[in-house]
Design a protein around this ligand. Sequence first.
Ligand SMILES: C=C(O[C@@H]1C=C(C(=O)O)C=C[C@H]1O)C(=O)O
Length: 657
Amino acid sequence: MDKPQPLSETREQITDIDNTVLQLLARRRELSLEVARSKEVDVRPVRDTQRERELLARLVQKGREQGLDPHFVMQLYQSIIEDSVLNQQAYLHGRANPETQKQQYCIAYLGARGSYSYLAANRYCQRRQVDMVDLGCQSFDEIVQAVESGHADYGFLPIENTSSGSINEVYDVLQHTSLAIVGETTIEVGHCLLAKPGTKASDIKTLYAHPQPISQCSRYLARHPGVRLEYCASSAEAMEKVQAAAGNDVAAIGSAEGGALYQLEAIEKGLANQKVNQSRFIVVARKAVAVPEQLPAKCTLIMATGQKPGALVEALLVLKANNLNMSKLESRPIPGTPWEEMFYLDIDANLASPPMQLALKELERITRFIKVLGCYPCETVAPTQLSNAQLLIEPEHFRADAPPATKPHPSAAEPARHSLAYKASLSEAVAGSLLLGNGHTGALAQLPLPQTLEGFEPFLKQIKAAGFAGLVLSQLAEQPNPAKALDACAKAAEKFGLITAAAIDKEEELEHALSRVELILIKGKQMFNRPLLERVGKLHLPVVLERNTMADIDELLGAADIILGAGNQQLMLCESGVSSFKSSSLATLDLAGLVELKARSHLPVLVNPSYAVSADACPRQAKAVKHLGADGLVLDVTLDAPIADNHIGETLRQFFI
Ligand SMILES: C=C(O[C@@H]1C=C(C(=O)O)C=C[C@H]1O)C(=O)O
């Protein structure tokens, strides 16, 4: 083998390339703003998902020709496009409100430099390329007063978090303020254990944190019962305390970025219960702003309806009649009037649009009180996706459309919940980034929960490259600490954009899986376990119900009805083969049963051929079940066998073509 060139030389070349990449990104940003200027003149919408899809498909193809992973190329460009869309929005919003165009904004926020509110405000100003003068406050009231009195231009208020939910105090403050909501911004809240350099996690005796991070990291904290918690008014105060402490046995919960401002190191990361932990902030100002019609807009209203049956429904029907989507509904008590509620609504519409104006007029007639808190650009940019087919194979082989919905089965007077007579449209189930049913397909790789993570990352890379959307981890009870092992696997899988599901073969495994996974698969062995079905029916988590090898179709659908009846509508079925005369150990894949399920039920149906057919027959079966309408595959894989070159890769290709 040739001797490689010296490391320092190679690194220099990489540094040069990175500098060029940055220059090109900056140039792309300028061009994107040029596009925004054209859109301003032509009054075109900022977002053009058709253009994004074409661009992604072309880049994935070009990348593939140069040996780049299609998923990597797609994710990279999704981030670039998100940044580009948000920059265009900020530009057009500024142009429509020239009085907001300044060199610097004075921003009132909770805590001090380094708090999450500070980071959110910083991000907001950077996007608008204005300097930030920061005004740290001790409470939400103080923030509102700072803006009302003119000391600050904007106030940043955290309104909700993906783990701990809505922040009630902020809703209460909004009831009384004259300020208007003029913007929103969402930041990733990466909770870390912050300590002085050299501190070990095992040394920590006292932990300083704001109550919100404490509730968002409850599971991590429960694993460290010996640590004393000290509540602080903000994450910044917690960091200050650690910086000022004499000893090395204290830590704070906060962001790595914030910690750096206090010379603290993140000695552990990813403390939050939820893998995706984001906080949404609203931006308040003295004067409301106009949102140009090319921008996706949101309106926040508060209203009090009368105390009569159906009053809220009546109000919501007004939104329906005007084809308006409500993305959030909250209720808070009205001070001084016990048991009366003030409702907060986020509506995906521009205040100036005719449907919104019509709806407001109608709502004024039927409510006791109504006020628009503000209209502002919506900052959520849902990434444009390519289909599995586009990511796996050449574009000219795009798969055929899903088979049309089958006719409802003639049914009794009370149609069963699983039936098409009960629900005529095909159901979809969403588990993290995976969408299945109603024409959406996907595949999951099933394997025993691994003992160690050795070699796991290269394995996940292969799983992702083969086209799997996630993992189903089984045999949880075989592990000494299934919760910890699941956490670690889910974290690793997430890095590759894979979802994690748990296969429940023994009832007690469910406890370990809850809130660690995005999907629960009830193994066929548990299909007749009514209490377990009722339990998962009460979960707000998608469920796959596998058919027991001895169960007929009616029994499977009956079990499905137990789950649906308990409330959980995110249900999928899985055909994994039934016992037959052919072999005592091998199941028979019931293709007739699959056709029956698709004809009788609106539920997505997955197929796992692994127990029924030999490895080399899997690709043929995948092709067949696809044609019979299967919505997805579950395939058993092993950690050691390469995926792309064996029957697994071919099985996926046959299914997705
Ligand atoms: C740049 C544009 O605006 C948006 C951003 C895109 C991008 O950054 O590539 C693509 C489409 C639009 O959603 C455009 O319309 O071309």
